[in-house]
Design a protein. Structure first.
Length: 206
């Protein structure tokens, strides 16, 4: 979904000559390469099994995720710079840019939560995993959960989505300090993307 948004924005930007703080349409496809590689590494069995066999799956995933997060953060800085300098004149254009950055942010943070909670997806399924970083409702009420319930990627994406919308935890509560700080940073970025960008887009909508 995020890759589709980025490609759509890149194509539209190229056709309509949209700029991002002086940067051309290609700025929106910088993350597509790492995102595609990450998607293949996590979702395609032959590649995933090869990385697991050589013990590099986690390192490869976190490296690619770091690149994606950094590029998205730079895109947000550029968007704010473009907004402050008065270059954003179209509400529809600004709204699409903000939505793309926000959507990328939600997926990236969901993957960060998934990759680090209790040592990561592999470590938390092993005997004697680290203490949980997030307390899910199923952990508090095991009688309401399926036998041997454990969180999947979609659970972490949901945490990220609700945290970025409500600016606070609504599903799972952060327990560790790193989880609280990461959720805090996501809420801050989301507040800028939604409150500032979306509000300005509605104001100048044409």
């Amino acid at each position: 979904m995020v890759i589709g948004l980025q490609l759509t924005l890149a194509i539209v930007s190229r056709e309509l000559d949209w700029k991002l703080w002086g940067l051309s349409w290609w700025v929106w496809i910088l993350s597509v390469g790492p995102e595609t590689v990450l998607l293949v590494a996590l979702g395609w069995d032959p590649v995933r099994q090869t990385l697991e066999r050589i013990g590099q799956r986690r390192k490869a995933a976190l490296t690619l995720l770091s690149i994606i997060s950094l590029q998205n953060a730079l895109a947000l800085v550029a968007l704010i710079g473009s907004l402050v300098s008065g270059h954003e004149k179209s509400g529809g254009q600004l709204l699409l840019k903000g939505m793309t950055i926000w959507g990328t942010n939600v997926i990236a943070y969901g993957l960060w939560f998934w990759g680090f909670d209790r040592g990561g997806p592999v470590r938390r399924r092993e005997p004697d995993p680290p203490p949980p970083d997030f307390q899910f409702p199923q952990m508090e009420n095991p009688q309401l959960a399926a036998p041997d319930w454990h969180p999947h990627l979609v659970d972490y994406i949901y945490i990220s989505f609700t945290n970025s919308i409500a600016f606070s935890p609504t599903d799972a509560m952060p327990l560790s300090r790193w989880a609280k700080l990461v959720m805090l940073s996501e809420s801050g970025i989301s507040a800028i993307s939604i409150l500032l960008v979306a509000a300005r887009a509605v104001n100048i909508f044409k």
